[in-house]
Design a protein around this ligand. Sequence first.
Ligand code: ARG
Ligand code: GLU
Length: 688
Amino acid sequence: MKKIFIALIALMLVSPLKADEGMWLPVLIKERINDMRAKGFKLKAEDVYSVNKACLKDAVVLFGSGCTGELVSNDGLLFTNHHCGYSQIQRHSSVEHDYLKDGFWAMSRDQELPNKGLTVSFLEYMQDVTDDVLKGYSEGMTEKQRDSVIRVNSHALVAEAVKEGKGLRANVEALYYGNQYFLFVFRTFRDVRLVGAPPSSIGKFGGDTDNWMWPRHTGDFSIFRIYADKDNNPADYSEDNVPYHPKKFFKISTKGVKEGDFTFVYGCPGSTKEYVTSDEVEYTGSVSDPRKIALRTQRLDIMKKYMGQSQAVRIQYSSKAASVSNAWKKWQGEEKGIRRMKTVAQKKAYQERFKEWARGTRYEGLVERLESLYARRNPYYLAYEYYNETVRSIELLQIASGVLGVLKNKAAKDAAVEAFFKDYYQPIDEEIFTAMLKAFDSQMPDEFKPEYFKEKLKAYGSVEKWQKDLYSKSMFTDKQKVLSLTKDDTELVKKDPAYELYEAFYNWYFNTLRPVINDVNGQIRLAYRDYMKGQMEFEPQKQFYPDANLTLRIAYGNIKGYSPSDGVYYKPVSTLKGIIEKDNPDIFDYNIPQALRDIYAEGGHEDQPVCFIATNHTTGGNSGSPVINADGNLIGINFDRVWEGTMSDIVYDPSVCRNISLDIRYLLFNIEHIGHASYLFDEMVFAD
Ligand code: ARG
Ligand code: GLU
């Protein structure tokens, strides 16, 4: 008994990190593997990450530019989320072939749909290159000199790493605010085809109503296949390409999950800021989040009003509305979470202890310095965020500036114009114009408004009059006019009132905001380099993990319910029964396909698992990540977090931070019963 007690104390001393927090670097898996195994994992370090031997990392890809995907067959079959493949599915959709609405299933390989521009990247290896990157740097050099040393060295490292060609690309990334540098070498494939997607009423079941929520019943998956040339190397799309044979793919477990089971998410989290000061947290939670939430509420209300009136407009704006609403809801959880965790006060108290410790060291004065830098930056940064959320959300200005950028290239211009008008509904844009410019006018202090804006508004007398006049005079509301523009029409575009407005704001941003923000942000980053190092010295016993930066990470934990509020406990697993409970033909987000109702009515599917939650520390970018069990087999696909825990990008709370995953058995259920594409099972390997 006493021994166990001592062992427990020892364990607490070496890992004071809260349970399950952390996004760990695979290359340092050896530092984690004992803890992982203590929590139930059965594989060895080299099964997870190895350079010389095929391992789990070889079955994980960065999908597109911000999601994760996993290989599940020797023929390049890949799973990711429905929302990660959404824009591809949408691009293949029209009112006649509405794959978003009805789903898409290739019944043979020649029916798989190519996707221009879509890539997937495998991590070949990662390597600590701090010493190489800083070779030639010495203490006392200016920051500019340091940057240039880093640039030259990184360039050489990258060139060396990719010299074999064959789809290799590499980059050097700063970790811990530039206290460490890692080289990441990827192999990127460019022919990735759509194999299957459920109807949105399954793949996006619950829509924005259930997004970031538990209990959840979304069948958030889509299926792709990677193609390669005949030598298994990356190639542009060609009919001659053949399915790619990966070094490794996941076996699928149908054993199922229960509370307490070990889970491991292997994917590419995008961005976190766990080590910032109270000022950054306060700005995020009390200024930025609430302001942006209010602006997006207005935009979403406008879009929803028109989407409810027409099926064509719904198709045009579903993807746009989803992306506006996604961060909008996440910020609501983040803001609340920061308040509930009292993170500002906690950080302040920590900073006081740090300051005490730092007295007389090179870290003295750092916290104060960051405080004054934030005070200088924040008003400028807020104006920049307003610019982003208001003026830059006006679609007419986007197309005006976009066209000018590609005017010299007729094919590119025409393609951009076609794509724009396919999904443009002018009444929505007009209302957003008015609402956003009014918000900008009433919420920004005068000193943070461009002169052009003030003059125009004065001349017109109201935003409404300005809007009417601009939309009646701009040529960018007229597709034919924009198509007929030639490479010699630069002046014509520049005189257009939509372009003029775009340019006036851009110049103001570029000349007034950007220099200050860049300058101060540079100083902030620099201060954080020291502050990060200082924090590591201040708490030498703590195990730090670098903030997320879209590089491959490991997060592990276990299946676990949570209590979102007093008197309520959420179980960790949802089932088909819950879908039927939510089913309602009158509510768009809950109107399931008739086929699903029919299957359910046959009986025997009540307990069909749909989603589960666990304590893995994840963030945006982890969407589509494989969720792996103790045996290293695939049990799910990560796709969300619960909104009560979205402050985990800043501060992790083990009591409510949960990632949401699709149970892999619901994906299989859909292939069989909805897609009638069971032929796909033949290439998968089932573990148990
Ligand atoms: N919240 C998830 C993520 O951050 C899913 C987003 C897509 N779904 C939606 N209903 N908008 O990406
Ligand atoms: N849906 C998110 C994504 O696209 C994951 C949710 C989150 O954890 O932020 O990566």
